[in-house]
Design a protein. Structure first.
Ligand code: BES
Ligand code: MN
Ligand code: ZN
Length: 498
């Protein structure tokens, strides 16, 4: 990542410099340790609060520069509202980090509320939110403002009651944060840098965490008969790739859980070319694949007690003399033939082969695929929820719950025989669009379903609205959001670890 925050935990004592962040409720009440830290500035805080009409409401704050009586350069008083209503410490950490200017290169958060110190889990959550919020992607900015330059060296200390316990609790979270930031980096990279072979090369770093990484080139995929995937990439100067990542932290021989990502490094639409407006966003059409890589990194780094496989199909969809045409018929690895109606409906073609391959080779406990698949899901759900399609109620319910816990929310959409009929082809077994725009996200899901064995619990997450350019929130200001890493890590942690 290009801009990371150095994070540490320390005791509940007063720092001599930098920014000091403390919390109060909507009665301007502080915890006992905080009161002691503020000490001589207590009266100043009261007066400043009065003239600023700061009452400690959730999300509000009071910013005092060089407060008389304290050594620090800044005292930021953050309101939490009613203590009983505060539950999400990840969000709180992100929100407060967002209140500090980047120039505030050194900060201390006092992890205490009016009713006492945060426990180790809560303090670690606070730290997690702050780190997620502080991420910026500025690798390609050669002229930095002073503000940014200092931002590079930000450090944050979370002052806690029990330093060792907070460090322990933070360990697993750090693995997940690193996975999220890795995914964001991949999504933010431009497509001239991050083409299929380069994406595949970058997955090599997962080996350091103990993940087995295999890269399949065009020849290897031809051998497997992955002509649906290969057809999408055949117009590109960059050869297609598939990467298979395996983490074995579970019982030996136990079936793995499987995650599959759409990795269209750039989607021009191909011969069915897209309009120019916002086409640059299509560098993010590999957000599903980025999530799978970040997730595998997270699971391995925190030594999750699960067997997991991650597979990504990496292609570039370009118009060219050798590009696939509308009307072409390709034979997928499954043996089913596909009529290409629109070359811009390419993600499902990539997934068809990778999902099939994953099931044949790994016989997984479940499969979840992630894809920036359709504009239609954005029309349906906007940028708040990802669309979820599932052939299994239990998996669907677990994903919904994990979504509520992490804030990466999913909304279940229907699958049904009537929609399936819409993708029957005149000439082949199936066609790659529904023929009209109606139910566009559903017909796309129905297409993938034709390549999924119904005995395997499967969920498809359409992340076109959440994977990039998504609504900026307390824990994310990056264009590439890294959406899904925290959701799926939580799903695994809640249900699939031995
Ligand atoms: N990658 C796009 C979907 C997309 C659009 C993601 C906007 C994020 C933002 C996908 O490959 C695509 O082009 N889908 C078409 C399908 C259509 C041709 C059936 C779409 O949604 O218009
Ligand atoms: Mn497309
Ligand atoms: Zn696409």
């Amino acid at each position: 990542m290009t801009n990371a925050v150095k994070l540490g935990f320390g005791p509940l004592s007063a720092p001599a410099k930098g920014s000091l962040v403390v919390f109060c409720d909507d009665g301007l009440k502080f915890g006992p340790a905080t009161r002691k830290l503020i000490g001589a500035a207590a009266d100043l805080v009261q007066r400043a609060a009065k003239s600023e009409r700061f009452t400690g409401k959730a999300g509000s704050s009071l910013d005092l520069i060089h407060p008389e009586g304290l050594k620090v350069a800044r005292l930021l008083v953050a309101g939490i509202g009613k203590r009983s209503e505060l539950k999400d410490f990840v969000r709180l950490g992100g929100a407060v980090m967002g209140k500090l200017p980047k120039a505030a290169s050194e900060a201390t958060f006092v992890a205490e509320l009016p009713d006492g110190p945060l426990d180790a889990q809560q303090a670690a959550d606070l730290a997690q939110g702050a780190r997620l919020r502080a991420y910026t992607f500025d690798r390609y900015k050669t002229r930095r403002t002073n503000d940014d330059a200092k931002g590079d060296k930000r450090s944050l200390t979370v002052a806690v009651a029990d330093v060792a316990a907070a460090r322990r609790a933070y360990g697993a979270r750090e693995a997940v944060i690193d996975g999220v930031l890795m995914a964001r980096d991949l999504v933010n990279e431009p497509a001239n840098v991050l083409y299929p072979a380069e994406f595949a090369r970058r997955t090599g770093v997962l080996k350091k965490a103990g993940v087995a990484v295999e890269v399949f080139d065009v020849k290897a995929m031809e051998k497997l008969g992955m002509n649906a995937l290969l057809g999408v990439g055949q117009g590109s100067a960059h050869g297609s790739r598939m990467v298979v990542m395996r983490w074995n932290g579970g019982k030996k021989g136990e079936a793995p859980v499987a995650f599959i990502g759409k990795g269209v490094c750039f989607d021009t639409g191909g011969i069915s070319i897209k309009p120019a407006a916002s086409m640059e966003d299509m560098k993010g059409d590999m957000a599903g694949a980025a999530c799978v890589v970040g997730l595998m990194q997270a699971l391995a780094a925190r030594k999750a007690r699960v067997n997991a496989v991650g597979l990504v199909g990496l292609v570039e969809n370009m118009p060219d003399g050798n590009a696939q045409r509308p009307g072409d018929i390709v034979k997928s690895m499954s043996g089913q033939t596909i009529e290409i109606i629109n070359t811009d409906a390419e993600g499902r073609l990539v997934l068809a082969d990778v999902v099939w391959y994953a099931a044949q080779r790994f016989k997984p406990k479940f499969m979840i695929d992630l894809a920036t698949l359709t504009g239609a899901i954005i029309v349906a759900l906007g940028q708040e929820y990802a669309g979820m399609f599932a052939n299994n109620d239990e998996l669907s319910a677990r994903l919904t719950t994990a979504g509520e816990e992490t804030g990466e929310k999913v909304w279940r959409m229907p699958l049904a025989a009537e929609y399936d009929k819409m993708i029957d082809s005149k000439f082949a077994d199936v066609k790659n669009t529904g023929g009209s725009r109606w139910g566009g996200a559903i017909t796309a899901a129905q297409f993938i379903k034709r390549f999924v064995d119904d005995k395997i619990p499967w969920a498809h997450l359409d992340i076109a609205g959440t994977g990039f350019d998504s609504r900026q929130n307390d824990v994310n200001r990056s264009w590439g959001s890294g959406w899904g890493v925290r959701l799926l890590d939580r799903l695994v942690a809640d249900h699939y670890e031995r």
